[in-house]
Design a protein around this ligand. Structure first.
Ligand SMILES: Cc1cc2nc3c(=O)[nH]c(=O)nc-3n(C[C@H](O)[C@H](O)[C@H](O)COP(=O)(O)OP(=O)(O)OC[C@H]3O[C@@H](n4cnc5c(N)ncnc54)[C@H](O)[C@@H]3O)c2cc1C
Length: 592
C-alpha cells in the first residue's frame, strides 16, 4: 500500500552526490526520457561537502600524490548520451577515455599503465555532473543543497521529511542514499590514544589520514618528526608519499620498471614507522596489459564460473564458501600451469595446484614452495613482487591467484549479489574476498618502488612493522622490540574501517536504524536492500520509498566499493524503478 499524492510536483531526493549519486541521477533522468517532460519533478540533491559529482574521495583540490589504484586503461566510465525532453536537451558527455583523448586499443600492450591522481578523476566527474545539472537547474527542476542530511523522518501516516541542521524538507516522495563511506566508532586503541594525546602539546594523533593537508600543514609535523603510520595498505602509501614529497623528491631511475630513488632535503632528519597486524605489504598490479593478460581467464572460463557459483541450488546448499573455491581453483590452476616459468620450478599436477590454491585462499599463512615466503624482510617481499609484476621474475602461485581473482571479481560480484546462500556463508564469502584485497586491490608498481626507495633511504623504518609493542610515554609512542626502540611524536591512522553498519557513527544511519526503517543483513555487514536498491524495512505492510546504493549495502550485495562499480548496473536498476514509480504516481494522481 502506498500514499497517493495530490501535490503538483513530486519531491525526489538523492543524498550524497559522489560518483554513485551522480551516475544514479544521470540514469534517473535518462529513464524518464520519452515518458514525461520533467515539469512535475522537484529534484533535491544533498551533498554535505559541496563537491557535487565527485564527493570527497575525488575532491579536485586534494594533493596530487593521492593516486587512484585503477589504471586508466581499464577506467571504463561510459559516455552519457544526449537526453532529449520536449522543452530542452541535456548534452552528451564523453567517456573517460575520450575525455583524456586516449584510445587504448591503439596503444601497444607494452605501454606502462598510468594511475592518475584521484583529483584528476574528480575533475572528470565534476565536469560531467555540471553538464547535466546546468540545463536541469536552468529549467527549475533541480535544487542543489550543500548540507548534511541528519535524519529521515517517516510519520505515522507515512509522510516523509528530511532534516538537515538548518531546515526540514517535507513531503518527500523518493529517497536515494548514496552516502559512501560513513564515519565509524573509533577502535579501543584509537580512543585510548586520543585520550593520551589530548593533553600533550608535543604529541599529535590524526585519527584519519584524509585530508592529507591536515597533517602536512600541522605545526607539529616537521622535517624532524618521527611519524608512526597505523596501517600498511593503500592509504598508508598516500600518506608516506605525501610526507616524503614534502621533505624531498623521488628520481625515476628506470622508466620501465619504475625503479626510483629518494633524495631527502638536507634538513629532513625525521622518518616514518609503519605497522600493521601482519606487517605484509600491498602487492603491485602487473605493469601493463602485456603482463596483466597473462592472468586473464577466457570468456568461456568466466561464463562457466558465473553459472557454477550463480546456481541458486548450489548457493542454498552451501555450508561454506567451498563451492566458490572449487569453481575458482581450476581456472587459476590452469592459468598458473600455462605460465612459461614459475617461481617454483618443480612441475605441479593440476590437482596439486588446485589443492594448494584452495588451501592458501582458506589460510593465507599456508606454506608451499610455490608461494612467496612471508618470513623474509619486507623490502625483499616488495622487490620480489615488483619483479613479478614487471616480468623480471618467475611468478609465484599467490601472485598469480591474486591477479586471477581480480579478473574474476566482476563475474563473482554479479553472480553472488542477491544470492540464496545462508547469511553466515555469505559473510564468509565477503571475508574471503576482503582477504584477497592485498593482491586484488593492489597499487601501481611505482607506488611500491617508492616505498622501497624510502626504506633504502632510511625514511621508512621497517623494524616495528608487524604488530609492535608500544608504550605511551610523555614523549610519544614508544615502539620497542628486543633490540630497538624509537619514539614517534606523531601518529597517523591510515586504517579505513570496514562497512560494518553496527559501528557506523553518523546521525543519518543511527537515526534510520533506531527507527527500524532499515535492517542489518548480518552483525558484521551492512543494510538489506532489494535488487532495485530499495531498503527492506521491518514494516512489511507499507512500502517505504528509501533506496540505498554503495558501500553500506554490502551484505545483500558484494563488491560495491570501487569506482567502476559506481558505474555499474545497480544505479540503472534503481533509476528504472524510481522512474516507473514516478510515472505511475503521476498517472494515478491525474486519474484522481
Ligand atoms: C580514501 C579513499 C580512497 C579510495 N580510493 C579508491 C581508488 O583508488 N579506486 C577505487 O576504485 N575506489 C577507491 N575508493 C572507494 C570509493 O568508495 C569509490 O571509488 C567511490 O568514491 C564510491 O562512490 P560513492 O558515491 O558510493 O561514495 P563517496 O565517493 O564516498 O560519495 C558519497 C558522498 O556522500 C556525501 N554524504 C555522506 N553522508 C551525507 C549526508 N548525510 N548528507 C549529505 N551528503 C552526505 C559525502 O560527502 C560524499 O561526497 C576509495 C575510498 C576512499 C574512502
Amino acid at each position: 500500500m502506498e500514499k497517493s499524492i495530490t501535490r503538483t510536483k513530486r519531491n525526489i531526493t538523492i543524498i550524497g552526490i559522489g560518483p554513485r549519486g551522480g551516475y544514479a541521477l544521470e540514469n534517473f533522468i535518462l529513464s524518464l526520457e520519452g515518458k514525461t517532460d520533467l515539469s512535475k519533478i522537484n529534484l533535491l540533491l544533498f551533498e554535505q561537502t559541496g563537491n557535487f559529482g565527485n564527493g570527497s574521495v575525488y575532491e579536485t583540490t586534494q594533493i596530487e600524490s593521492n593516486w587512484i589504484n585503477i589504471p586508466e586503461r581499464i577506467l571504463l566510465l561510459e559516455k552519457r548520451a544526449t537526453i532529449t525532453f520536449p522543452k530542452f536537451e541535456i548534452p552528451s558527455f564523453p567517456s573517460y577515455h575520450d575525455w583524456i583523448e586516449t584510445d587504448f586499443e591503439k596503444k601497444p600492450k607494452k605501454h606502462i599503465d598510468h594511475y592518475p591522481p584521484r583529483a584528476k578523476i574528480g575533475r572528470y566527474l565534476q565536469q560531467r555532473f555540471q553538464s547535466i545539472i546546468t540545463p536541469l537547474v536552468h529549467n527549475a527542476i533541480v535544487t542543489l543543497i550543500e548540507s548534511q542530511v541528519e535524519e529521515v523522518i517517516v510519520s505515522e501516516t507515512y509522510d516523509i521529511s528530511l532534516k538537515t541542521d538548518a531546515k526540514v524538507y517535507k513531503n518527500i516522495d523518493e529517497i536515494l542514499l548514496t552516502i559512501g563511506h560513513q564515519p565509524t566508532e573509533l577502535s579501543e586503541q584509537l580512543l585510548a590514544w586520543k585520550k593520551f594525546a589530548s593533553n600533550k602539546s608535543n604529541v599529535t594523533l590524526f585519527t584519519s589520514p584524509y585530508p592529507i593537508v591536515n597533517f602536512l600543514n600541522h605545526q607539529n609535523v616537521t622535517d624532524k618528526s618521527i611519524v608512526g603510520l597505523r596501517g600498511f595498505g593503500l592509504a598508508m602509501i598516500d600518506v608516506a608519499r605525501a610526507i616524503s614529497m614534502n621533505f624531498g623528491e623521488f628520481t625515476l631511475e628506470d622508466s620501465y620498471t619504475r625503479k626510483c630513488s629518494y633524495q631527502p632535503n638536507k634538513e629532513y632528519s625525521g622518518k616514518m614507522i609503519p605497522f600493521s597486524l601482519d606487517g605484509l605489504p600491498a602487492v603491485p598490479k602487473p605493469l601493463n596489459a602485456l603482463m596483466d593478460d597473462l592472468f586473464k581467464p577466457t570468456e568461456t572460463q568466466l561464463s562457466d564460473y558465473t553459472s557454477l557459483i550463480g546456481n541458486p541450488t548450489t548457493q542454498k546448499n552451501a555450508s561454506s564458501p567451498e563451492f566458490l573455491l572449487k569453481a575458482f581453483a581450476p581456472i587459476a590452476a590452469k592459468i598458473y600451469l600455462q605460465l612459461k616459468t614459475t617461481f617454483y620450478n618443480e612441475k605441479m599436477s593440476l590437482e596439486e595446484t588446485e589443492n594448494t590454491i584452495i588451501q592458501w585462499l582458506k589460510d593465507p599463512e599456508y606454506k608451499h614452495a610455490s608461494i612467496l615466503p612471508n618470513n623474509q624482510p619486507v623490502k625483499n617481499i616488495m622487490q620480489d613482487f615488483v619483479a613479478m609484476a614487471t616480468g623480471n621474475k618467475p611468478i609465484s602461485l599467490d601472485f598469480c591467484v591474486g591477479q586471477v581473482w581480480r579478473h574474476c571479481q566482476p563475474s563473482m560480484y554479479t553472480a553472488l549479489s542477491f544470492n540464496a546462500c545462508h547469511e553466515d556463508v555469505f559473510a564468509e564469502i565477503i571475508a574471503l574476498d576482503e582477504s584477497t584485497k592485498r593482491y586484488s586491490y593492489g597499487p601501481p608498481v611505482e607506488s611500491i618502488q617508492q616505498m622501497i626507495a624510502l626504506i633504502e633511504a632510511g625514511k621508512i623504518d621497517t623494524k616495528f612493522l608487524s604488530d609492535p609493542d608500544f608504550e605511551l610515554t610523555d614523549d610519544g609512542w614508544n615502539f620497542h622490540n628486543k633490540s630497538h626502540s624509537e619514539t614517534a611524536t606523531i601518529m597517523i591512522n591510515s586504517v579505513l574501517d570496514p562497512p560494518k553498519i553496527k559501528v557506523v557513527k553518523s546521525p543519518i544511519i543511527e537515526n534510520l536504524l533506531s527507527s527500524d526503517l532499515i535492517q542489518m543483513v548480518h552483525d558484521d555487514l551492512g543494510i538489506m536492500t532489494d535488487e532495485q536498491a530499495y531498503v527492506i524495512s521491518e514494516n512489511e505492510d507499507h512500502f517505504i520509498p528509501i533506496a540505498l546504493l554503495g558501500r553500506l549495502a554490502k551484505g545483500t550485495i558484494i563488491g560495491v566499493d570501487a569506482i567502476l562499480e559506481c558505474y555499474g548496473e545497480r544505479p540503472k536498476n534503481w533509476a528504472e524503478k524510481a522512474s516507473n514509480r514516478h510515472v505511475e504516481a503521476l498517472r494515478t494522481n491525474d486519474a484522481t
